[in-house]
Design a protein around this ligand. Sequence first.
Ligand SMILES: [Zn+2]
Length: 473
Amino acid sequence: MNISEPANFPWYYRSLDMEQIWRDFPPPPDFFSGVFRASRDELRALQDRRFLQTMKRGWEIPFFQRHWSSAGMQPGDIKSLDDLPKIPSYNVEHIRKSIEAHPPFGDFMGIAPGGPNPLPLVLQTSGGTTGLPRPMLYSPHDREIMAILGARRYAMQGMRPGDIVLVAFSLGLSNGGFANREILWKYMGAVPVMTGGGATTPTRRQIEICRAWGINVVLAFPSYLRHLALVARDEMKFDVRDLKVRMVGSHIGIEDRKTIEELWGAPCYDSYGTHENGTLATECKFQNGMHVNDDCFAIEIVDPETDKVQRDGERGCIHITTLFRDSAPLIRFNINDISSYMPDTPACPCGCTFRRLTKIYGRNDNMVKVRGVNVFTEAIGVTAAADNRTNGEFFCMIETVGEARSDELIVMVEVPNLAEHSASVKADLERRLKEVIGIRTEVKPVAPHELNQYTGVAQTSKVKRLLDKRKVT
Ligand SMILES: [Zn+2]
């Protein structure tokens, strides 16, 4: 490498055409007078144009060449977005195989560090809990647009420039923490306070920071939002409602929004994002479904059994096609999260014309079969959290017991006033869970913090909720 050759030092700001990005993917406030209100026909035309560019890029990338050619596809077969369902989908297993065959980063991104025309790249990963997490390299262009999408989300939810924002997402390989820093700092004019999870900044210190520095927005996963509020209340004799935060932001899925809003005395907004793409869909302040960033994604809901694209209201696996990426595009990536589209009418009162997803119901692969019944651990969590004698923390264990070798589902829940409520919580929750998930469970009430050893809630934002002992032994 020639050290005096400027081209070998790819400066970040020279690698971007910011004016073009701002025109094509407007951040707030321009966003609200532009594509936010575009007609469905205008949006479809825009999607179509960007989709064909994305297909062209896909054919340049070895992973897609191989995947598509082996299904008999030829360049030019796909003529518009209407043809999207004809393209074979792929999933995380295909990505893992690509990485194995072409280490260290696979052949699905179309970019790599170094080379004759280097780009300044940054690497973040999925939040995987076992083994190496999946890496993703971001080009400056893609990274800036992802930050813009995040700023659209927060502006739609009522965040304002000048807000002081506690970001309690993990700081490390997983993308959540750093992505929010870029969003808030570069495109929201808000001030990110990067405390990270409880392992980075102890929870008590996070509460002290909220009080001392005038934090008025808190971003964290639902379990940590509850944990923060309860540590403040039970250990520090401080009610976080006194912080008078404007909003709390999260990925709620089917967790219990009401408990979090009551604890914080502020609205809690849902959104949906992935480490590859940032914010795909977000609630606005009306909490009325999650608006998909339709100018940047084509999202399909696909029946996992039949591969048929579902109609509005029908649940299925989210398939992502990106319309903004120049590197590592996703084209019918089955991310395995379950959702459904809301009908377009009645329109959302916010005026946004983007289509809405109802919510994320869980992961297709977080579903476990117990005595022949499909159980989502998320559904157990919602049921436990709805009982206000618990603090919302729960952990499920499945094991095979007795001579009959029967599978038992044990649900442990934290109950702050254990001596008084243990027996009644056990009886009530066992009955309620039978109604909700359809099978008998054994509920074990335990004292607060006892589940930390299983869930990791005090240390990490990627909380574990299930141990399937049938697979371990
Ligand atoms: Zn809306």
